[in-house]
Structures are given as structure tokens and as C-alpha cells.
Design a binder for this molecule. Structure first.
Ligand code: NAD
Length: 496
């Protein structure tokens, strides 16, 4: 398809669509059909400068800067409503751009509307304090102020989710944002910025710059008028951004990868545990940061659990992500597909036993070549690369254990600490395990249950800081300490 037959999406800067300064564009593909369906602007430092200048102006001289917090909240509520009004169009675009299942995207958009509503309600509940300090002649106050212009750099697997959980709290706090979505799925972030503008968000408050990470990212991270980076992506890119941001002492939050343990004890409800294990790794074709990719199973029930999981995995329906009957869609982009494939060889080489899948899926409706079979390795040791490294695809590693202590050791013996699942009917054991697991989120007798009211974030190489909940908004606020003398005398010089 030639460029002029497909839709083009420029950057979104200061409330308008803007072509790239360089005049260059990037083609974007539909992973289900395997064809180019749109082109996006290829951004660079000049585009970044324009977007940051618009955001800074919005925060300093624009209507956003003068608006009451209640008014800000009202606009966020209108954005929530507009998300629902536009749900069909946004769903179709998101499915097309990253291949996720239509039901997941639609359900996710309802969730995102709730996220916007939640932070809309918090906007005018940001309060400072009066402190009874040790100086009687001083009025001591704290103000909670927006941290400044925020750069939000996001991954490809859930663009609108990242936009909601970063921008809604940042905007509630009074910040302005420049979003840099992944080059693999950009369109919905641009569309969403347009929708937010139409809902009444003042120009410059939400800007979107598209392009490659290496060409847009460093200019954003280095920019002196950017106060904070909120990042979702791989630990490798996160570490690079963290180092770069340190040079100008910027605040960062990092939502990074994981290799989460899903732990099944012999006394668990085995039906529920097997279903939780399957949805924990094959949901979204495993392209989830919280994927339960290490299945730790007590040896006494390992055979039984493996049998049940295999029975489910054999019947997973792959196909068109727009078809409501499809259970697993394509891998979202070619580099990710190649990465999944490469880990099959790595796992085999290290001695893991492939018991299901392990190759590109073929069959009717899978012609694009982007589908991968649900894959299960047994006899995995926790020191193998397949157990230690994030694949970000539908690949499960089963690891046996005998005792609670051994399960804790294996679960924590990893560089990541994003999430964990525990399946047991013994509540004493449940509580001991919850306390012992070194992860930001722990699920008991469930997996992948989310609420925007619960803080979410990782430990170790899984990240830094929190998103969601009230803590998610606190990240975008800074405290100013104010002391005003009430004494009628000149201050003297106090040594020490
Ligand atoms: P990635 O790190 O390759 O890219 C993420 C973003 O960073 C993209 O927008 C990319 O263009 C940009 N980028 C790349 N190089 C950059 C640079 N030098 N400077 C600034 N920006 C740069 O990650 P990905 O492949 O898009 O996403 C998959 C990863 O995201 C997985 O590791 C997954 O676990 C993680 N993830 C984490 C969460 C979470 O909440 N913890 C959620 C979803 C995904």
C-alpha cells in the first residue's frame, strides 16, 4: 500500500495535529493481517522542543495554570465520558494497532474511563498542611504543587492504559504532559489526545510526539523544562533513562518488566489454580508485564496440574482479535515475535523440556505469520535463562518445589519483583507467603485482578515508584515548605 492511500497521523502539539519537522514518517502495521495500515510522524529533537514549550506555556501562562482544581476535575470527568462515547472507534483502532483481543480492549476502555473519573474526583482533594513547629513566631505551611512538565514514555502492549494511568493523575495534580508512545502502537494515543482536546482540555496540556525511542526519548529526558519522566517499558531501557535522568536530577517513576511466580500448593483448589495459571500466561498472548511466567508447583500435585494446564492449552483458540470467540491473538510486532522464538532455543539448550507448543502457529486465519503457539516447558530449573529472563510472550515454565521455604526461595531468587500469585486454602500459609514474597503486588487465589484504587508498581528491576491509587497521583506532586514570621522584630544571626 502506498503512503497516500493509508491514514497519516502527525504529532499532537498544543491542541493541533502537526507534521514532523524532518518530513519523515514511519509505517505502522496491523499484526493480525501483517500489513501496513497507517503512517505516523517520525519525531526528533525539534518536535520535542515544540511539545515541551507548549506544555510549559500551558502550565505557566495558559488557562490550565489559573484554573481551580475543581474545574480541572470537571475536564477530566468529561474526558472519562468521551472515552465511553468513542469506545467503538478506540477499540477498533487499538485492536488494529497492537492485535489485542477486542473484548480485552473494550473492557479495558471501560476501566480507563473509571481511571479518569477516579482522578477527576481527586483533583480538588490535594491538600497542604499547617504544622505546629518548634518556633512560636512562625506560621509553618506546606503546599502540594505540581512537579512540572512530565514526559510519559510508554510501551506498546497497552498504550491507552498507560496514557490513562500516567496522564489522569498527572493532570489531576496540575501538570502538563508530553507523551511518547511506542513506535509499534502509537495511533490511539494520538487519537486520545484529540478526544481530550474536544472534551475541553486546554491546548498544550496533553501533547503526543511519535517516533523511535532513540530519536525522541533522549531529547525528552534531557530537556531542561521537563521535570519528571514516567516510564513504562523494559528494564534495559528503563535503566538507560534512569541514568540519563540522573544527570539533570529529574524525578522518575519506572514500570518495568517481570518474571512473576505463580505458586500452587497441593491444598489449593486445583481447578481454579490451573485456570489462573493459564490466564496468567496466555492472556494477551503473554504480552503482559505481570505474566505469571514461572509456575511454581508443589511436587505432589505437579503432574496433575500439568495435565490440567495442557488440557486447556491444547484448546486455546487463536485467530482474529476482532472475533469475540478468539482466545489468543497475534504477537504484536516482529521484533517481539523473533524474541519469543529465540527463547525456545535458549530453553531447550539449557535443558528445559518442551511439552507443548514451541513454534509459530499455523492454520486457518493465521496467515500473517504473527501467531505463536501457547508454549509450556516442564523440568525447568530456576537458574535457567527461561526462568530468569522476561520473554513477554505465551511461554510458561513449570518449576517444582517441595516445601514452603523452597517456594519462597525460588520465587524471590530473581532480579524482578513485579507480581506473584499464591494458591492455597491454608490462610496461615497464605499470609506467611504474602509477607515473604518480594514483589509489588501479590495475589491470593486469583491472578491478574486489578483495581485503579490499588497502588501498582514493581521492586528490584521491575521498577520504581507507584502508579494507580492515591499514591499514583502523589508521584506528580512536590511539597513546598513555607515559613512566615509573625514576629515584629528583625531576624538575628543565629550561629550553627
Ligand atoms: P521498550 O523499553 O523497548 O520501549 C518502551 C518505550 O521506550 C518505547 O516508547 C520506546 O520507543 C522508548 N525508548 C526506547 N529507547 C529509548 C531511549 N533510549 N530513551 C527514551 N525512550 C526510549 O519496551 P517495549 O518493548 O515497548 O515494552 C515491553 C516491556 O514493557 C516489557 O518489559 C514489559 O514487561 C514492560 N511493561 C511494564 C509494565 C508495568 O506496568 N510494569 C506494563 C507494560 C509493559
Amino acid at each position: 500500500m502506498t503512503a497516500n492511500l493509508i491514514p497519516s497521523y502527525g504529532h499532537w502539539i498544543n491542541g493541533a495535529e502537526v507534521p514532523p519537522e524532518s518530513g519523515n514518517w514511519i509505517e505502522t502495521s496491523d499484526p493480525y493481517r501483517g500489513t501496513v495500515w497507517a503512517r505516523i510522524a517520525r519525531g526528533g529533537p525539534q518536535d520535542v522542543n515544540r511539545a515541551v514549550a507548549a506544555a510549559k506555556a500551558a502550565m505557566t501562562t495558559g488557562p490550565w495554570a489559573k484554573m481551580s482544581a475543581t474545574q480541572r476535575g470537571k475536564i477530566l470527568r468529561r474526558i472519562a465520558d468521551a472515552t465511553l462515547t468513542e469506545i467503538d472507534r478506540l477499540t477498533e483502532l487499538e485492536v488494529r494497532d497492537n492485535g489485542k483481543l477486542v473484548g480485552d480492549i473494550r473492557g479495558g476502555l471501560n476501566f480507563k474511563a473509571d481511571v479518569w473519573t477516579y482522578y477527576a474526583g481527586l483533583a480538588d482533594k490535594i491538600e497542604g498542611s499547617v504544622l505546629p513547629i518548634d518556633k512560636p513566631d512562625m506560621l509553618a505551611l506546606t503546599f502540594r504543587e505540581p512537579v512540572g512538565v512530565v514526559a510519559a514514555i510508554t510501551a506498546w502492549n497497552s498504550p491507552l492504559q498507560f496514557l490513562a494511568v500516567k496522564c489522569a493523575p498527572a493532570l489531576a495534580a496540575g501538570c502538563a504532559v508530553v507523551v511518547k508512545p511506542s513506535e509499534f502502537s502509537t495511533v490511539t494515543s494520538l487519537e486520545f489526545a484529540r478526544i481530550a482536546s474536544a472534551a475541553g482540555l486546554p491546548d498544550g496540556v496533553l501533547n503526543v510526539i511519535s517516533g523511535f525511542g532513540a530519536e525522541v526519548g533522549p531529547a525528552l529526558v534531557d530537556h531542561r523544562d521537563v521535570a519528571m519522566i514516567t516510564f513504562t517499558g523494559s528494564d534495559t531501557t528503563g535503566a538507560r533513562i534512569y541514568e540519563q535522568a540522573a544527570r539533570s536530577m529529574k524525578r522518575v517513576t519506572m514500570e518495568l518488566g517481570g518474571k512473576s511466580p505463580n505458586i500452587i500448593f497441593e491444598d489449593a483448589n486445583l481447578d481454579a489454580a490451573a485456570a489462573g495459571a493459564v490466564s496468567g500466561i496466555f492472556g494477551a498472548a503473554g504480552q503482559m508485564c505481570t505474566a505469571g511466567s514461572r509456575l511454581l508447583v508443589q511436587n505432589s500435585v505437579k503432574e496433575e496440574i500439568t495435565r490440567r494446564i495442557l488440557a486447556i492449552a491444547r484448546n486455546v483458540k487463536l485467530g482474529d482479535p476482532m472475533d469475540a470467540a478468539t482466545q489468543m491473538g497475534p504477537i504484536s510486532n516482529r521484533p517481539q515475535f523473533d524474541k519469543v522464538l529465540s527463547y525456545i532455543e535458549i530453553a531447550r539448550h539449557d535443558g528445559a523440556l518442551l511439552i507443548h507448543g514451541g513454534k509459530p502457529a499455523q492454520g486457518e486465519g493465521l496467515a500473517s505469520g504473527s501467531f505463536f503457539e501457547p508454549t509450556i516447558f516442564a523440568d525447568v530449573r530456576n537458574d535457567m535463562r527461561i526462568a530468569q529472563e522476561e520473554v513477554f510472550g505465551p511461554v510458561l515454565s513449570i518449576i517444582g518445589f517441595d516445601t514452603e521455604e523452597e517456594a519462597i526461595h525460588i520465587a524471590n531468587d530473581i532480579n524482578f519483583g513485579l507480581a506473584a500469585g499464591i494458591w492455597t486454602k491454608d490462610m496461615g500459609r497464605m499470609i506467611r507467603m504474602v509477607k515473604a514474597i518480594d514483589a509489588g503486588t501479590v495475589w491470593g487465589n486469583t491472578y491478574r485482578t486489578y483495581s485503579f484504587m490499588m497502588p501498582f508498581g514493581g521492586r528490584k528491576r521491575s521498577g520504581l515508584g507507584k502508579e494507580w491509587g492515591i499514591e499514583g497521583m502523589e508521584e506528580f506532586l512536590d511539597t513546598k515548605s513555607v515559613m512566615i514570621s509573625t514576629a515584629d522584630v528583625l531576624p538575628g544571626f543565629v550561629p550553627g
